[in-house]
Design a protein. Structure first.
Length: 473
């Protein structure tokens, strides 16, 4: 089999695409937008404030115009437009996939910072053998930590301000081995949850409570302030709700810490108390809601869940992994990512039609040359390969430029730290994560579309009869 260097089709294809422009206008525009790109990138990476904002806004359009006029110095207008079309499609797909992957990773980190990898729960309200369950779980080789928890909804009140909350009772010693409580603390220490002390306004010692940063702002509280926890029903048994004294119950805590997860849902609603205080408040005795587990490898969560479920003997126990616990969130993210990918692929398909148009015009313009090549003995398959090579060259250049500009855009986004409204997006900063396999997949899909786009003009050129091209010569 002959090597690529032994074949003449690539050289003919390049000769057909290459069209050197000697006029100064294109070169001048190329230099101008190249300089503008450098200035904009310099503003992004070397400055702050308004100059950085302007640089971020100008950098991408300037780079695309620089590439377009640079291509016009080498190729025809049809070819340059086709290459830029592919470039924009690949650029958009690379950037958007990186942003959606960033959202997935960010949500995963935030969720796993507050939730365990695997949770063991029990049907009913009599989970008193949780210590035995923890012992069985710790015996598993992939379980790195286990801790009990109590979970219920209630209200937090400070002064005349109230807010709905999820109160979670955790063990100050065991829970930090399972949850990312310690790294998320902004004020106070995890150990403070185990101590009782007087509030700022005096009085008998009370238990501590941690609240999210947004919750602290809403209630306008600071360390040491009293916080009232209001429970709608203190008894978890529905049959006891109508008994005397079974109405809403209130207990005071002292604000011992403020945490920040970066996830609006948790920072605005979640509160931690000592698991013993939670049990006392609910008057449920030595009973917990469940047991949380941390694994040494999160990818084994499903396997550990299934094995632990068998070890516990099945019902009345229920074992849930982290993804099942947040099924709706991650399903929505995957669905959104797939839909966006399909929509942005349409841009590449539109660019492929530009390739069809460019190659068709090239076939029409090179009719005489094709006829001469065929009359000299070149086969129809060789002619087809010439135009397929030309089309794939356009696609390959567009892919390389698109990936290059896309990576620069991603670096700009990371540098700029684009802020988001946490009330809308749940997180406060635009996350970006580049997956090499997604970039390679984008390149392969684009190259495949470009290959399909070359088939029609290649077949049209291959079917051209030499006599038709030379009839009027």
């Amino acid at each position: 089999m002959r090597s690529l260097l032994d074949r003449y089709e690539p050289f003919i294809a390049w000769r057909y695409l290459y069209r050197r422009r000697r006029g100064p206008a294109m070169m001048t525009l190329t230099i101008v937008f190249g300089a503008l790109s450098l200035v904009a990138l310099g503003a992004v990476f070397a400055s702050k404030g308004e100059a950085q904002v302007v640089g971020t806004s100008v950098a991408l359009p300037a780079m695309l115009l620089f590439l377009f006029f640079g291509l016009l110095n080498v190729f025809s207008g049809f070819t340059a437009v086709s290459i830029i079309g592919v470039t924009i499609g690949v650029l958009a797909l690379v950037v958007v996939l990186s942003v959606t992957s960033g959202f997935q990773q960010s949500f995963k980190q935030k969720v796993l910072g507050v939730n365990a990898h695997v949770i063991v729960m029990k049907y009913g309200q009599d989970f008193s053998e949780y210590r035995d369950v923890m012992a069985k779980a710790r015996a598993h080789k992939h379980v790195a930590g286990a801790a009990p928890f109590v979970f219920y909804e209630g209200m937090l009140a400070a002064g005349n301000t109230m807010s709905g909350s999820i109160i979670k009772g955790i063990d100050p010693v065991l829970s930090p081995q399972v949850l990312e409580v310690r790294p998320s603390m902004r004020l106070g220490k995890v150990e403070d949850l185990a101590t009782r002390g007087p509030a700022n306004d005096g009085g008998p010692p009370v238990g501590g409570i941690f609240v999210g940063q947004e919750m602290a702002k809403k209630l306008k509280i600071k360390l040491g302030d009293r916080v009232r926890v209001v429970s709608p029903k203190t008894d978890l048994d529905p049959s006891a709700w109508n008994k005397p004294g079974a109405g809403p119950s209130t207990r005071e805590f002292r604000l011992a810490g403020v945490f920040y997860t970066g996830f609006e849902e948790y920072d605005a609603r979640l509160a931690y108390v000592n698991v013993k205080d939670a049990q006392t408040f609910y008057e449920q005795g030595d009973v917990v809601t469940g047991v949380e587990l941390r694994l040494d490898d999160i990818d084994l969560a499903v396997d550990v869940k299934d094995e632990l479920y068998k070890d516990l003997g099945g019902p009345p126990y229920r074992v849930i992994d982290w993804e099942e616990l947040n099924h709706n969130l991650f399903t929505a993210l995957r669905t959104q990512k797939a839909a966006i990918t399909i929509l942005l692929t349409v841009i590449i398909i539109v660019a492929a039609f530009n390739i069809i148009a460019a190659m068709t015009m090239l076939v029409i313009g090179k009719t005489k040359e094709i006829a001469i090549l065929k009359s000299m003995g070149m086969r129809s398959t060789g002619v087809a390969r010439v135009f397929q090579t030309a089309g794939l060259t356009i696609g390959a250049l567009g892919i390389l430029l698109g990936i290059g500009v896309g990576m620069v855009t991603i670096v700009i986004l990371r540098r700029y730290n684009y802020q988001l409204d946490p009330h809308v997006y749940l997180i406060d900063q635009l996350p970006v994560k580049v997956n090499l396999d997604e970039v390679l997949l984008t390149a392969c899909i684009t190259l495949s579309i470009c290959f399909l786009a070359t088939l029609y003009p290649a077949l049209k050129a291959a079917r051209l009869e030499p006599v038709e091209g030379l009839r009027y010569e």
